[in-house]
Write a protein that binds this ligand. Sequence first.
Ligand SMILES: [Fe+2]
Length: 385
Amino acid sequence: MMREFFAIVWCFVLVTACSEGVTPQKSPDGTTRDDTESVGYVGGSSDDSGDGGSIGYDSDTPGYEGDSSSESGDTTWFDSETAWEDSSDESSDSDTGPAPKTWRFAVMGDSRGTPLPVNTAVLSKVVDSVLQQDVDLVIFTGDTVFGVALLRFQLPIWVKTMQPIWDAGIAVYPVRGNHETQGVNINSLGAWQNTFVGERELPTNGPPGHAKATYSKVHNNAMFIALDQYVQPHRVPQDWLDEQLALAEVPHIFVFGHEPAFMADHEDCLDDFPEKRDIFWSSLKDAGVRAYFCGHDHFYNHARVDDGDGDPDNDVHQFIVGTTGAELYAWSPPYSGENSGMTVENIAHVTKFGYMVGEVTGPDVTLTWINLGGDIEDAWSYSVY
Ligand SMILES: [Fe+2]
């Protein structure tokens, strides 16, 4: 009798345990999914903790991963196309998901000669150095050549000097400067557009009349926005920019053009139209942009534009990176242009040839300026959340 009683109890325990073992997991959005619905969702079957924690993401939201296992609600940014390549890293903490991928880009600008079309000697050294930085792409902030005339004969010299970058499979995203647009350059935009074909092809998603001049490009968890400032001199296509900023589904947005938004040395810059410049700058801040890259002045200058709200963590920084060959200018702060009541604070100023490297790891960004000797002379880091 007693033996039969224990047998009944043992069967009850087994049935209960088995039924718990097939309870469907809840997905991050709270819905219940079974193993056959795994597109865009990865269950934590490899989770050694055995707590049933899972890693999931919204396949409709590139670059964003909600970490359902985090009670704090923290999120992890990642590259939706390649993040899972990193998930094989056994050092990854199964409670926080795969380690965010780290990737890099370079910023170059102003390689023109005087009066030779290109300072090929310096530009070649910059190219060689950039190729040691393991960058995915290069942005170039204009004044590639001296220009003014015969642009279609000058741009090939710049292309030839930059060619090792394309040969390495690295994309280059340039904007025009005043030297590609002024003087007697007949159909200068056409010469520009005809240069960037084949392996050098540029996006054509800009506003009408801006093909390959104004455009955006998403790479990993960042959007790069190139702004032509010469279809309308000293202004940006604000309506198109607003659309891009609104549509961006990635955590990082980097914006670049040729002219400083806040005057350093050259008087011709975006502050020629201060009200439009202010709208432009506010749009960057409102979209969470932290860095605007430009050239025009032939030195490196890093400035924080204090908007006066007492929060430095939402201020947009201006980086003048006109340091890849054009003759260097002697200038030092203060910034004496039309600043519309904002305080432009000098962070770093270097009068040497060099370039910038941006490094992105999940929500974290580090921007450095490196001279041709390989020395880092400015570094700034921030995070987006
Ligand atoms: Fe310029």
